[in-house]
Design a protein around this ligand. Sequence first.
Ligand code: GLC
Length: 437
Amino acid sequence: MHSLEKAVLSLQRELNISAKKKQSISAHFQREMIKGLTGRNSSLKMLPSYLTNPSGQETGTFLSLDLGGSNVRLYLLDLLGHGSFNIRETLAFPLKSACKNGVSYDYTAASVTGEELFDFIVSKLKNLISKEIPYSLGLTFSYPCKQIAIDQAVLLKWTKEIKTAEAVGKNIGEMLTAALRKQQVNNVTLKAIINDTVAAQVAGAYSQQHCRIASIIGTGHNSCYLENRRKYLAKAGIINIEAGNFNKLPFSLYDKKLDKLSVEPGTQLLEKMVSGKYLGELVRLILLRFSEEGLLFRKKISRLSITGVFSTPDMSTVLGDNTKELGNVSKLLFEKLGITNSTYEERLGVYMICQIVQKRSACLAATSYLSILEQIDGLSTPHVIAVDGSLYNKMPEYAEYLDEALVEGTRGKKGTVTVKPVKDGSALGAALAAAMQ
Ligand code: GLC
């Protein structure tokens, strides 16, 4: 067998999540959930959201603000009841912009403060609203927060490599309201702050009342569920698991290296194996090793040493290449890495590496969902999981692999699991949360 083929097979074995590993992950995940719910030290924070499922009757016009990835999104949205809604207007802008017409900024950097970040967002929000109309605002803020009330949330830590200063430990509700008032925006009232998983949950439940679990597979990865066991929560409510921080996992050499290079090593370990912020980087580290060992491209490709040179969207380009000779992969290898003479076998090798990393991500996400469902009712009833996020929505075949892993995991169980993709979950969820107040 060709040495590249052998190396790919060995990588496949190394990154494969066997049935035995799944069992062990699931047992640990459930234990960590209980520890988090009962206030013990746990990798899963299990944060109450002060929110439950909507009734389906919610109507009216709301402002939604979605802050949780590289772009901020603002929406003016009509809730029409029973799962229907209409987005009237949207405004999106990046938190980071490379030198365009001499203007460059980065509101995710340690040199910028939380106050400056919210001032910037409000300066943009002013372009979407009229001065005369009163607005109720829902904020989807996709970072771990300790909720004090539905409109008050203290940021516990940044995730997804954000470094903005003077924000951790602060009340996000107060910061946003202060920024609004500072710029004389007195007609906008913040009604609710929710995590994006919680937004997906309420968005899913708006049309499917029995939706009890939701998840994001995007820049980050996290899940939430509706807890109604009295021994854990006095009043039924949605719990933000902060699942991305789960850490009892089988790490490969590449995972360890990626973690070491990250802003906060030792944290968000599941997220680093599942989500879009990291998958492209994992592939880069694998390609680097393969090229160093002469298995790919016949020499060490120096550009592969640059962090971020191969991104998750690049992975999607590779995985979506249906051309006979993998021509799109060839083009990408040239544009990103300066490789001009890749062979078909090498391009196929790159494709397989991306697929192995992708499949492991879907398999781990599915394993965490099945663990949560085991906790809810031992997987004895049918369940709908509301899923949103760029990786899930955009990466070719990701949804299929997730379904496959869920079907495999429910074999022999009474319950079934169906994934319900939720579109615009963060926008709809924030509006619903505001409407429920
Ligand atoms: C990160 C955040 C979490 C969020 C997830 C998806 O894991 O910590 O709050 O839900 O990303 O955006």
